[in-house]
Design a protein around this ligand. Sequence first.
Ligand code: MEV
Length: 438
Amino acid sequence: MKTPISGFSRLSKEEKIEWIAENYTHNSIETKNILKRYWNREKEVQKLHDEFIENTISNYYLPLGIAPNFLIDGQLMAIPMAIEESSVVAGASKAAKFWLDHGGFSTKVLGTEKIGQVHFIFKGNPKKLELFFNHILPILLEEAKPLTKNMEKRGGGITKIELRDKTAELENYYQLHCTFETLDAMGANFINSCLEQFALTFKTKALVFDQFEEHEKKIEIVMSILSNYVPNCLVRASVSCPVDELKVNSTIESQDFAEKFVRAIQIANVEPHRAVTHNKGIMNGIDAVVLATGNDFRAVEAGVHAYAAKNSSYKSLTHASIIDGIFSFWIEIPLALGTVGGLTNLHPLVKLALEILQRPSAKELMRIVAVAGLAQNFAAVSSLVTTGIQEGHMKMHLMNILNQLHATDKEKETIIDYFKNHPVTHSAVVEIFEKLRS
Ligand code: MEV
C-alpha cells in the first residue's frame, strides 16, 4: 500500500532515489544502478542538470544526431537533431542530399510578432472602459519601462496594446491584447513580466479613475500570460525544380512521382486524419531541432497545431504544386524560437548545437527549423507514395530489434548484411538471430 509523501523536494538526491526505488520499483538495487549509470561523471555538468528542474534523480538521454548537406539560402549547413525515432535523421539527411543537387532550400521570415494577453472581467459600461483604456495606455507603457528598457535599446519591446471586448463570447470578459518584438529571445519571461506589470497598473489605476462608478472600479484580473499561438511569427521554406528532374528513386518516373506527391498533400489538406499524421511527420523534424537547440517544443507544438486548424478544419502545414512543369513544395509555419536566454547558454550540448548551426539569430533558427520540417515531410511523403514507409523504417529499426535481443557486434554485422536484400520484420529478425545462435 503506497502512502503519500510530504516534503519530497527537501530530501537529498540520494534520499529521493532511495524513496522511489523502495516504494515504486520491484528491484531497488537495480533501480539505483540504472539511475546512477546516467549521472554525468563531471560533477559540474551533473549539478547543472540537477538544477534545471525540481526533484532531479538522473538524466534522460536522447540521441543527438546530425543531418548534413542542407543547402539553405546558399549556405551549407549540418543540422543537429535530438530524437529517438530511428528513421528521422536518415530521412532528413536523404532529403537534404536530394535538394542539395536540385537548388537547395529557400526561406523567408514573414513576421516575428509575439503575443500576450491580460484577461480580465469588467462589470460596467464598455464606453467608460474604453475611456479608461485610452487614459491608461501611456501609463501602462511608462510603468513597464524598467522591464522594457534593455529590450528597447536592442530594437525590440512592446509593439502594441489593444483593448478587446470579448463579451459576446463570455459575459463581462475583456482582454488587453499585447504584441511584442523579442528579437533573439523566445521572450516568454519578458512578455509575462510585462503582462503582469500591465495587469497591476491597470487594476490599481482603475480604483482611482474618476469617471468610473464605484462598482466599475473593481476590475478583476483573471490572468496575464503569453500566447503560444503566434500566427504572425511566421516563416516560409520552399524547394522547387523542374518535374523531370524529380527522380527520387528507380521505382517511379518523375512525372508520376510529382503528381502522386501533390495528391498526397491534397489529401492531407482535406482529410484531418491524414493531416494529423502528415503534420506529425513534419514535427519529427521540427521538434528534433527545437529540442537540440534548447527551445520549448511544447510551445512550438501547441502553436503549430493551432495554426494548422486556423481555417476551422485541421490541414496540412505543407503545400505542393506543379505549374508549367515546375514542382514546388513549401511550408508556412509559426515558430517562436530563441537563440539567447533559457537553456541556450546553459546546456553544453545546446550551446554546441547552436555553434554547429553557426550561432544563428532567432530569425535564422526559424528558417533552419522550417527547413528541417519541410525536408522531413519530403522524405516521409516520398516514401509513402513510392516504396511505402515500412521498408526504410524497419531497416532503421533493425538495430533496435538487435539490441533488444542483445545481439553481439559480430551477430549484428551478419544480420544487417542479410537484411540488405531481405525485407525486415520483427519475426524475420528473431528467426535469423535464433538460427545464428543455435
Ligand atoms: C512517422 O513518425 C511519421 C510518418 O507517419 C509521417 C507521415 O505519414 O507523413 C511517416
